[in-house]
Design a protein. Structure first.
Length: 623
């Protein structure tokens, strides 16, 4: 079938559905939801058999849904209607949630139901639930719905609240007032739930040093405690630890609210200001370092040659960076990555050893790796190679393996060009350390997605395995024609050949794990869920470490590296790649800086790129 995706962006869910439908022989074209006229035009150009809306923020125009079957993917159980579905369910601590595929009609989320799936809930960030449980359930539901539609004889179920199995209800949009943390009365779990329910977007609005910040990326702390609830009691690797009534929580990322001073304005109250919250007083903090400060952060945020504060939003940054200059009195709470089981706490890099296998975890928020994180990870990796292990497994994080250099930190720097340069060099140093390892065999174990430099970093390992649902974006070009480094010109062709390497990097399309295995980009994919994947990775790594072939495998690997080095040294690949990157960062063409700016500030799309909009490609080739 010809399927048109109508979507706000080509996000992780849209990418995964694209991969799954294409794999089943459907032709998929993509149109971003920009305005009604553009949508109508896209439908006229493509004449699809079916329209699927994986991620929409506006309603589909009547001219479209009246004349075409349009499936809307709603992240809620049957009967649930309205925005902020996941936010509410996390706040309400439900045990089970789901995804429903319904047919668009004049009423939001009230159309006939074509398929629905459920999943058990866990206390986790909204973004993590979305990228894992929601995506997996949505794939099952959309595939079922598409099959039913194709059969031609399926009658979808009208929404009928009198049926006992219809448990969802219409809910109001969630407002910041619903999310407010009352540090005096909320316990750790309540604080976590509120921040998790707003993770990714929009964050929980709160006061720090008398200014308004959105909080993201929270986790529990089970050792540190004390201090007035809300006070900042420690810092570690970019995160801050705040006391709660009964313990403490870590907050990894902050986004400053545009307006500066902390006020409860109309916007904050949302559409129903009937229950005005009490303005939170400036927060007291241990050692006098928190609350009440009045000096504002400098407003200039790494603006690139004439780009400046844009009124869209501020940058989401590691908390310590967002509060730069304010935390002098807050004690560091260092944690050695090799310290073993540290209980519940914040850590972005840690090492575990089981028998002869070392597992190096690096769970960086959104998979973005800043200069400093790349350096710390390289240090940890080199320390791991000194351990008594035969195999090192590079675990990434549960939600992402890696998405390459940290574009937010780069945007925030005084000179984004200089910071881009430092960051890519730190990534290269890390990649090289892995690629050149002669003392162990290495495995990259991708529990979550990888994009851009993150994909090529994984290829530095001897073996690459991914969970079945993982999506790869092995290209940089979408970021303003960025050339990329991470030794990709060495690592990619040696796995897939020159022709395919060129196609992958130029086409800019996502690749599913199964397709990645078929083309040789990775060595295997398995595991329906994370637990299953991790269990099999452990078996594989143990098997490799205990294999009688281990010494010869290690010898072969060293010999191959030496041979490759003689043919063309790693330094030469790097120098060539960085030559291109220098032009991207410092040259006359500002495309990378513009694309990065648009990406980090989430500037809405003005059109759908032709590499996604097949219908527009066809139209332009006929013109
Ligand atoms: N630096 C900073 N933030 C990044 C990032 C990066 N390299 N890659 C992803 N993110 C952030 C996004 O801004 C988004 O943040 P939000 O939660 O605040 O909205 C979050 O990670 C998730 O990204 P999103 O684009 O929504 O995820 P996705 O799964 O739909 O798409 C990618 C994944 C990899 C295709 C997309 O994120 C991307 O193009 N990233 C940039 C990759 C890149 O060019 N890296 C630099 C060159 S090495």
């Amino acid at each position: 079938m010809k399927i048109l995706f109508l979507t706000h962006s080509f996000n992780s869910l849209a990418q995964r559905l694209y991969i799954e439908l294409a794999r089943r022989g459907h032709e998929v074209s993509i149109e971003f939801d920009i305005n009604d006229a553009v949508t109508v035009q896209a439908v006229e150009l493509y004449r699809p058999d079916l329209i699927v809306a994986p991620f929409l923020k506006r309603i589909i125009p009547e001219a479209v849904w009246r004349n075409h079957v349009c499936f809307v993917v709603h992240p809620g159980i049957v009967g649930d209607r309205g925005p902020s579905a996941l936010d509410w369910v996390i706040m309400h601590d439900c045990a089970e949630w789901g995804v429903t595929v319904l047919q668009a009609n004049g009423e939001i989320d009230a159309g006939d139901i074509w398929a629905a799936e459920t999943f058990p809930m866990r206390l986790a960030k909204k973004s993590s639930l979305y990228r894992n449980e929601v995506v997996e359930a949505a794939v099952r539901a959309v595939l079922a719905a598409v099959e039913r539609f194709q059969s031609g004889n399926y009658k979808p179920m009208p929404l009928d609240y009198s049926r006992p199995e219809v448990r969802g209800r219409l809910h109001a949009p969630i407002r910041q007032v619903d999310r407010v943390i009352d540090w005096q009365s909320d316990d750790t779990r309540a604080v976590l739930k509120k921040i998790h329910a707003a993770d990714g977007f929009p964050g929980v609005l709160d006061a720090l040093y008398g200014e308004a910040y959105y909080l993201f990326d929270a986790c529990a702390e089970d050792t540190l405690c004390g201090g007035e609830p809300g006070a900042i009691i420690a810092r570690r690797n970019g995160a801050i630890c705040r006391a709660t009534r009964d313990g403490a929580v870590w907050i990894g990322h902050l986004k400053r609210k545009n307006e500066g001073a902390y006020t409860f304005d109309q916007n904050y109250l949302g559409s129903n200001p009937s229950q005005p919250p009490q303005p939170t007083p400036a927060l007291p903090c241990q050692g006098g370092s928190g609350g009440g400060g009045s000096s504002a952060l400098p407003l200039t945020r790494g603006s690139w040659r004439g780009f400046g504060s844009n009124g869209l939003s501020e940058l989401k940054l590691p908390a310590v960076l967002a509060l730069e200059g304010r935390l002098a009195d807050v004690p560091e709470a260092p944690l050695d990555p090799f310290s073993g089981n540290a209980g519940e706490t914040y850590r972005d890099i840690w090492f575990e050893q089981k028998n002869d296998v070392g597992y190096l975890h690096f769970a960086f928020y959104n998979g973005a790796m800043s200069t400093e994180q790349c350096m710390r990870l390289r240090e940890a990796y080199l320390a791991a190679t000194q351990r008594e292990v035969r195999v090192i497994v590079l675990m990434g994080g549960a939600d992402f393996w890696s998405n390459g250099i940290n574009l937010n930190c780069i945007e925030n720097a005084a000179s984004p060009a200089d910071e881009s340069w430092r960051n890519i060099n730190a990534m290269d140093d890390l990649t090289r350390a892995i690629a050149a390892t002669g003392s162990q065999l290495t495995i990259a174990a991708l529990q979550g997605n990888a994009g851009a430099g993150g994909v090529f970093l994984s290829l530095a390992a001897d073996h690459v395995y991914a969970r079945e649902g993982v999506v790869f974006n092995p290209h940089y070009k979408g970021m303003g024609n960025l050339y990329g480094s991470e030794y990709w010109t060495y690592l990619l062709p040696r796995r897939v050949g020159e022709a395919r390497a060129a196609a992958l990097t130029q086409n800019r399309l996502p690749v599913g794990a199964a397709e990645a295995r078929e083309m040789g980009l990775i060595d295997g994919c398995f595991g329906t869920d994370r637990e299953d994947f991790l269990a099999r990775i452990e078996q594989l790594a143990e098997g490799l470490a205990a294999s009688p072939d281990y010494p010869s495998l290690l010898r072969e690997k060293i010999a191959r590296r030496e041979r490759d080095e003689r043919e063309k040294p790693l330094d030469a690949y790097r120098a060539e790649e960085l030559q291109h990157m220098k032009l991207n960062f410092y040259g006359f063409d500002p495309s990378y800086h513009v694309a990065r700016y648009n990406f980090v500030y989430k500037v809405p799309h003005a059109w759908t790129p032709l590499y996604l909009a097949r219908h527009r490609r066809i139209a332009s080739s006929l013109a």
